[in-house]
Design a protein around this ligand. Sequence first.
Ligand code: GLU
Length: 488
Amino acid sequence: MTPPVIRVRFAPSPSGLLHVGNARTALFNFLLARGQGGTFVLRVEDTDTERSSRASEDGIKDDLRWLGLQWDEGPDIGGPYPPYRQSERMERYRLAADRLIMAGRAYYCFCSGEQVEQERAAALAAGRPPRYSGRCRALDVAEVTRRRAAGEPAALRFAVPANRDVTFTDLVRGDVTFHTDVIGDPVIVRSGGGPAYNFAVVVDDAEMAISHVIRGEDHISNTPRQILIYEALDWVPPVFAHLSLVMGPDHAPLSKRHGATSVSEFRARGYLPEALVNYLALLGWSPGEGQELVAMADMARRFDLTRVSHSAAVFDVEKLAWVNRHYMKEADPDRIAALTLPWFVAAGMVGDGGAEALRAVQSVWPMAIGAVDRLEEVPARVAFVFGWDPVEARRLVAAEPDGTRVVAAFADAVGDQVLTRESFRAAATRAREVTGVKGRALFHPIRVALTGWDSGPELDLAVPAIDQVAAVLADVPNCATRARLSSQ
Ligand code: GLU
C-alpha cells in the first residue's frame, strides 16, 4: 500500500503581525509535513481588502522564515497549484459559485445588512439560534432575475440542507457533530463580489489538494459549513484537526493585555528562533520520553497529531525563558554574539556595530551566559565594561573597611599590564600579600573600583573583559583597568 500523500497548508490573513498561536498552527502543519515527507503550502488569505496589506504578508513570511518554517509552495515561490494568494484566485471562486447556482445549492440574497442584523437580534431575544432565516431562498426565479437586472445588490448564499447531522472525525478532538438546524445559510459571495472565507477556503483546499487542515479551534464551527460545501461541489473533504487556543495565565485567549503576543515581539526581545519553536511545540504536544528540549528535525520525526492535546494550552513566559536559556548555552558563541550586537548598537555602547564591535561582544558574552533570559538583557548585564562611573566607584571603595588600601596595592600590582585571567589572579594575590587582606574584603573593593557595581559577574571574567574590550574598541571611554585604577 502506498502511504497517503500529506499536503498541509498555513493560511494566514495578512492583516497584522503573526500571533504566536498562529505560529504554533504553522509549526504543527510544518512538523507533520516534514515528518511524513509531505508538502507544506503557504496560502495568503487576503480577500478582506480593507484589512489586508502586503506589508503584513511580508512580515508574516519573514517571521515564518526566521522560525525556520520554510514552505514548499507559496505566493513567492509558486508551485503546482497557483496562484497562492486568494485575491488572485477570483476566477476560480466565480466558477465554483456558478456550479453551486446551477446545482440549486446557492441562491441570491437581497437582504440588507440591517435586515440581517434585526433578524439576528430578534432570534436572540426569542431564544432561538441567531441564524439567517433563509427568507431569500423562497424568491422565485423571475423576481431574482428582475431585481438583479435592475442592479440591486445581492450576496450569494449557500443553501444548507435542513434537518441533518454533519459529523467529522477531528484528529485532535475525535468525532464532532453539528446539526444543520443551527446553521444559517452562509454568505459565500459578498454583494461586492468577493468570496467569503468559508467558501474560498473550500475552493482553495480542494483545488490545492490539501489532505489535512490543521488550524485553530476558533474555526471548528466553520467546519460543518465547509463540509457541506465540499459535498455540494462533489469534492472529498480533507481530514481536520483543530488545535486548542493558546491562553494567557488567566485562561483567556492570549492577547495584548498579557504582554507580547506576536512572533516579531518575541524576536525583538531576544528569544532565539529555535527556542521559540521548541516552546511553541510544547503548547499542546509532548515529544514523549519525558523530553521537552527537542530540536526541529527530531520534533518532526516524532510529531503525531493524535498525540496533540485538546485542552487549552497556557503560554508560560517563565518556561519560554528556561527554554531560551538552554538554547543560548547550546548555540555557537559567535552566532550569539552576532545576534546580540544590534542591542549593543541600540544602547550606544559599540558605535555602529562594525567588526571590532562584534569582537567586543564576543569577549563579553561568556559573562552574560547563564545570567540572562534573552539577548536583549545582555548589554545591561555587561554595561560596566563599556562605561563606568568613577564617582560611584570611589564612593563604593570608600565604604569598604580596607577599600582604599586594597585598591592602591592592587593598582601597584597591575602596573601597566593588560590583564588576562591569569595576570588578574596574580595581581590579586600580590595585593593580598602586600595588605594581608583576603577573601571578600580583598575582592569586593577591587570589584567596586573596577566595575562601579556592588555585584555582577565573576571577577576573573569581568576584569580581563574590561581590557579586552578596550583593546578592540579603542574609543570606549574609561575602559581599561589601568585607567580606572589610576582615577581612584
Ligand atoms: N485565514 C484564516 C485565519 O487566519 C485561515 C483559517 C483556516 O486555516 O482555515 O484564521
